[in-house]
Design a protein around this ligand. Structure first.
Ligand code: MBD
Ligand code: FE
Length: 284
């Protein structure tokens, strides 16, 4: 069960991510060429890991068949992107980050939608006239590793609403809500008005949620902003920003938080918050 009045729509969120993933893939040019040697090498290592777990835990035939049924359900429930991004992507990111300098990255997750409208450097994200939530002004600058402002920087930003729902993945939220590509000014600066997102709950009604429940694991991610920060001649950074003191910050089901990626918002205006973050991009 989800905890809000819109719980019937939660089931679709994880499943819709399969469609979004396919759409993103078909827009990709240049799929990577993977050699038979590489496939054999990695697939063997993955299977070795599975075999080792079966031996170590003395997995029974009954458990093997239950696992098979659950894997079938993950596919039929169209939750592979959700499942893999929650449980696996953080390690892929960790490996990718080994040679990355500047702002720390974090996982992309299943809910990015490319091609959102461009917005000016001082902007309000698209939102409903009665959008609920604490107003958040998010400001900062994009710099290079030497501290110089980066020209031509863009912030692709997307986040959940005050109930933890993402536009495009919840039928009751209008398309494009709380998403946009902010074009920074000539000094790499931005000033984005939005609302503070709520923590995100993995849909509990699909196979991913079933595993969480069956294992006694909680389904929560701390509140976060998603960002892809890019600029010509610089290595783009996919990251997330979290909120100091928020629930689940120390216990993210997706293991995607990092100490460097925590905002410390201060009171701002009548009832709002203001948070600053300066991004650092590496030249390529
Ligand atoms: C999210 O909002 C998210 O960011 C990730 C990584 C997985 C599931 C939902
Ligand atoms: Fe998210």
């Amino acid at each position: 069960m989800t905890t809000t009045e819109h719980s019937p729509t939660a089931a679709g969120a994880g499943a819709s991510a399969t469609q979004a993933f396919r759409a993103g893939r078909s827009a990709d040019t240049g799929a990577p060429e993977v050699s038979a040697e590489r496939i054999s090498d990695v697939a063997s290592a993955v299977l070795d890991g599975v075999h080792a777990a079966i031996r170590a835990k003395k997995v029974t035939y009954g458990e093997f068949q239950a696992a098979k049924q659950w894997l079938i359900d993950v596919g039929e429930g169209r939750e592979w992107p959700l499942l893999l991004d929650v449980f696996v992507e953080h390690v892929v990111e960790e490996v990718a980050a080994e040679d990355q300098h500047g702002t720390k990255g974090s996982i992309l997750g299943p809910y990015h939608l490319p091609g959102q409208p461009k917005l000016p450097s001082e902007t309000t994200l698209p939102m409903r006239p009665d959008e609920k939530g604490v107003p958040l002004m998010f400001t900062g600058q994009v710099r290079d590793v030497d501290g110089n402002p980066v020209v031509g920087a863009e912030l692709d930003i997307w986040h959940a609403d005050d109930e933890g729902y993402y536009s495009g993945f919840a039928a009751h939220v209008p398309d494009g809500n709380l998403r946009g590509v902010v074009v920074c000014d000539g000094q790499g600066r931005f000033e984005i008005s939005t609302i503070k997102p709520a923590p995100y709950q993995i849909p509990t009604d699909g196979p991913t949620g079933k595993l969480l429940e069956a294992a006694g694991w909680h389904p929560w991610r701390p509140a976060h902003l998603h960002l892809i920060v890019s600029a010509p001649g610089h290595r783009p950074i996919t990251t997330q920003l979290f909120f100091e003191g928020g629930d689940w910050l120390k216990d993210d089901v997706a293991h995607a938080t990092k100490p460097d990626l925590v905002l410390d918002p201060q009171p701002h205006g009548d009832n709002g918050l203001r948070a600053e973050y300066n991004f650092v991009l590496e030249r390529i």
